[in-house]
Design a protein around this ligand. Sequence first.
Ligand code: ADP
Length: 184
Amino acid sequence: MTQGFTVWLTGLSGAGKTTIAIELEHELQARGVRVERLDGDTVRQGLTRDLGFSKADRDKNIERVTFVAKLLSRNGVGVIASFISPYREARDTARRETTNFIEVYVAAPVETCAARDVKGLYAKAFAGELKDFTGVNDPYEEPLSPEITLHTERETLSESVGIVLSYLEAHNLIPVIEAELSGD
Ligand code: ADP
């Protein structure tokens, strides 16, 4: 059985975590990798729907997701977790608890995220209608030594996903596809 892993995408809202996670999931499935994607928005509709956005609730949110990622990754599944996960300590716990943890900092500047404003939340936060909004009026603790940093303000989606795939290949966590081996 191939080894499991945990690709942990962290970054501001609108940085590109979900978009990258979905594309990465497709690429991994195409290579026959068993994969499970855990996403902040969907997890918050189920497993953690009782939680809000205080520090204590954000920590609980990540703690529960970490537990799920631990069970999956130790059983040979490739986990793709996309969560703002603003607190370093909670991410470090995920690193300790899960198998082959890869911290991916999706690092678009807040100005880029606000200009994209995928969900219209930055406009609300800047207008003072949203409290506890990460990057505007709530903290985001940048990763200090992530395995990968993606700069989505200047990379295309396929470039960003390609960087993660190359990392997984280089660490023998996924099969290398033929087209890449042939070098053209
Ligand atoms: P998040 O999950 O971090 O809140 P989303 O994935 O929902 O962010 O939104 C990111 C937005 O940025 C999308 O509209 C996406 O098309 C765009 N984008 C531009 N370049 C990239 C890139 N290299 N990677 C991911 N998303 C990108």
